[in-house]
Design a protein around this ligand. Structure first.
Ligand code: E4P
Ligand code: PEP
Length: 357
């Protein structure tokens, strides 16, 4: 259920609604738009996962709310995800990330400007990270990616440098002014990763790790939530709902390809995700054409397609020597390929009336 307040409603009117909700064991989540305030009503979310069911609320609650001062109307949200839905928040959410390398010191994801995030799949060494960071920054990237805690299908595969990798990322931020995005894999690591990262990444394998989603939801850090490799839009938006319902509104979705029968690519990039998610949700959505294809030769074309379809940013894996990469070399583009990619994505961006920051 959402409570739409009239345009002239006062703080006191809003507080009146919130107090009533609290008294009835419910939580009100505010969405303050330019025009009006909307209050999303959720049931209490307890350790057992008591549902944040808006549809299941007592009808008497709706009636009482409708009669309150300056309440315009009370609307049932038809989707199972509430806070992530466009109905709750008609305007686009713009997530702000601090980055010293841009004028004003803030990168906005989900606004008119497009954002380039690039860097190695995995932090391997100081030299590898600094070389890549210098190169991608020079071409216009404003956010540096790099995994320190790496998921690995095989227990014998490289699993990252851990905290040492985070320290190197922080060093690169100091040197180049880029914001840092890196994956966090367990709830117990969230506090530590938050000390170094500007954006937390939840990987495809953890999209439905609900304890992890709860924990990042309790922070206020921007979170990139990758689509589960076999997840529907609804499951993905419900995963986002976990983070939002804990109070963290800084959620960014990332399409990174899904499992299909096709084996020519590592995953099948679902380009329809960009326009469709924009209809279903107010959250920004970005593209990872590296994981999405698994193939260096088509990272470029899929980057262009993602921008054309409405992606708000790109997350691209770049390596100074991909053939020697410890992880995902086949899908990492070279520094030279990245240099060639930037003007191409700028051209597509301007064709649709946007531009990269
Ligand atoms: C991301 O970089 C992951 O760690 C990587 O793609 C996992 O690859 P794997 O499933 O081959 O181990
Ligand atoms: C990554 O970007 O490092 C990663 C592990 O991606 P995904 O979770 O999409 O496989």
């Amino acid at each position: 259920m959402i409570v739409v307040m009239k345009a002239n409603s006062s703080e006191a009117d809003i507080q009146h609604v919130l107090t009533y909700l609290e008294k009835h064991g419910l939580t009100g989540h505010l969405s303050q738009g330019v025009e009006r305030t909307v209050i999303g009503v959720l049931g209490a979310i307890g350790p057992t996962g008591a549902p944040g069911s808006i549809g299941g609320l007592n009808p008497a609650v709706g009636e009482a709310l409708e009669g309150m001062p300056n309440v315009e109307n009370v609307v049932r949200v038809s989707k199972p995800y509430k806070l992530a839905s466009r109905e709750f928040h008609p305007e686009d959410t713009v997530v702000e990330v601090p980055a010293a390398c841009v004028s004003g010191g803030v990168v906005r994801i989900g606004g008119p400007e497009l954002v380039m995030m690039a860097g190695p799949c995995t932090v391997e060494s100081e030299e590898q990270l600094m070389t890549t960071a210098a190169a991608v920054r020079k071409e216009g990237a404003v956010i540096l990616r790099g995994g320190a805690f790496k998921p690995s299908t095989s227990p014998y595969g490289f699993r990252g440098l851990g905290e040492e990798g985070l320290k190197l990322l922080a060093k690169a931020r100091d040197e180049f002014g880029m914001a840092i995005i890196t994956e966090v894999m367990t709830p117990t690591d969230v506090a530590m990763v938050c000390e170094y990262a500007d954006i937390l990444q939840i990987g495809t394998r953890n999209m439905q790790n609900y304890m992890l989603l709860d924990e990042v939801g309790r922070t206020r850090k921007p979170v990139v939530l990758k689509r589960g490799m076999s997840s529907t839009f609804e499951e993905w938006l419900l995963a986002a709902e976990y983070i939002l319902s804990q109070g963290n509104r800084n959620v960014i979705l990332c399409e990174r390809g899904i499992r299909t029968f096709e084996k020519t690519t590592r995953n099948t990039m679902d380009i329809s995700a960009f326009p469709l998610i924009k209809r279903l949700s107010h959250l920004p959505i970005i593209s990872d054409p590296s994981q999405g294809t698994g193939r260096r030769d088509i990272v470029g074309p899929m980057s262009l397609a993602s921008i054309a379809a409405g992606s708000d940013a790109l997350l691209v894996e770049v390596h100074p020597n991909p053939d020697e990469a410890l992880k995902d070399g086949a899908q990492s583009i070279t520094i030279e390929q990245f240099r060639q990619l930037m003007p191409q994505v700028q051209s597509v961006a301007s064709a649709i009336g946007r531009q990269f920051i």
